[in-house]
Design a protein. Structure first.
Length: 398
């Protein structure tokens, strides 16, 4: 079990920003990335700053601008041109919101070309080095099938729109963003092969999170569901690995199909769906289609090509009736839930997102958070380089 360090919120933002700068991220993307990573961190979400030293935020050289490839008044398809997943989904959310506000409904899908090979075959951070004029070369371990030849530079099989990407972060952030504007919002995000279908041990699905945001009358927080289809979040496995902790029983398989609680074995094997049954498996498939197929992502060799997508849509409440009636009924429903008769010893029934909102409010009130010491040390090391304007050459993940 690692020790904890108390870090002020200002220091948290600085460490996050400068660590991302050290990784070589575009200045225009830093603010949004910091905003989203800190949002997750304050809520105890595994999509927080642990993503930085775990290889989940490595940038791609020669990233371009996010482009609209196809659009109608109600919809559009985006090509993120190797920009970070957070930058791409942030833009997609804004596009969907602008259409919904103008026309009542907005639908946006996208695929983001990103890392040629940001993590090795065990999903560890590989080494980046400055290469000539503004570029980044990639060094490190990885399977021979991902190399341009024995010992060569790691290459992607992808081209054009189909490429590689980082994660989009805590997608509840985007659902909340839409709900705070009075829009009912949905987000579906595909990810690489990490999760086995029910009855199998070969990873086919991603963790495939989905988020739904339901507006409430201000100043009440929206109701926001943000859930993955896996029994445990991917970056929770990384956290357990560098903390020296075991995974929950029944959450993962090793490469031979045996149940395991060892993080390293799980990273070489597969995670299980959240209910260890057909329902979770079928929901994972639906997100694979909604986020991946509609988003333009790959459905085969996702991890090898680093090509996966997302879909966002939202709509105005007044499309379906009276706004005031909607808000009244939502509060009636919340009141019924909160006053429901509980079984003996049961905790307070919480709304989706309520636990995280409370944690965030407590952290904001305290002006500080408790972080694992190894994580803070790694971020400080990266941040020092970022402040000196250096592009990082890192060791493997924590």
């Amino acid at each position: 079990m690692s020790s904890k360090i108390r870090v002020s919120l200002e220091e948290l933002k600085r460490l996050t920003r400068e660590s991302l700068r050290a990784l070589g991220h575009h200045q225009d993307d830093l603010q949004r990335m910091v905003e989203l990573l800190v949002f997750a961190q304050l809520r105890g979400n595994s999509q927080g700053i642990v993503k930085i030293p775990s290889g989940g935020m490595n940038p791609q050289k020669d990233a371009g601008e996010v482009e609209v490839e196809h659009e109608t008044p109600l919809s559009c398809m985006l090509n993120a041109n190797r920009r970070p997943g957070i930058a791409g989904l942030y833009r997609a959310t804004e596009e969907a919101m602008s259409r919904a506000k103008a026309h009542g409904f907005g639908l946006v899908s996208w695929s983001v070309c990103f890392l040629e090979r940001g993590m090795d075959s065990d999903w560890n951070l590989i080494v980046l080095k400055r290469a000539g004029k503004g570029g980044l070369d990639v060094e490190g371990r990885g399977g021979e099938e991902d190399r341009g030849g024995s010992g060569g530079t790691l290459k992607s099989k992808a081209a054009g729109l189909h490429g590689v990407c980082t994660g989009t972060g805590a997608i509840g952030f985007y659902a909340e963003k839409m709900a705070k504007e009075g829009l009912v919002g949905f987000v579906f995000t595909q990810s690489p092969e990490l999760v086995a279908p029910y009855g199998c041990y070969e990873p086919i699905f991603g963790t495939n999170p989905m988020a739904v945001g339901m507006p409430r009358r201000a100043p009440l927080d929206p109701i926001v569901l943000d859930t993955a289809m896996s029994a445990i979040a991917f970056f929770r496995v990384h956290e357990a690995k560098w903390r020296g902790e075991a995974l929950p029983e029944g959450a993962a398989f090793d490469a031979e199909g045996n149940e395991t609680t060892a993080p390293e074995a799980a990273l070489k094997g597969a995670l299980r769906v959240f209910d260890r049954g057909y329902k979770g498996s079928h929901l994972a498939l639906m997100v694979e289609v909604l986020g991946g197929v509609l988003g333009g992502g790959a459905v085969k060799e996702k991890k090898a090509t680093r090509d996966w997508g997302s879909t966002v849509f939202c709509f105005r409440i007044d499309l379906l009736g009276k706004e005031g009636e909607y808000y009244d009924k939502v509060e009636d429903l919340v009141e019924r839930l909160k006053s429901a008769k509980r079984t003996e010893g049961a905790p307070e029934p919480l709304l989706p997102g309520e636990r995280g909102n409370r944690e965030s409010a407590a952290a904001l009130s305290a002006g500080a958070v408790e972080l694992d010491a190894p994580l803070v040390e790694k971020l400080r090391e990266l941040a020092e380089k970022g402040e000196r304007g250096e592009i990082v050459t890192t060791a493997a993940a924590l």
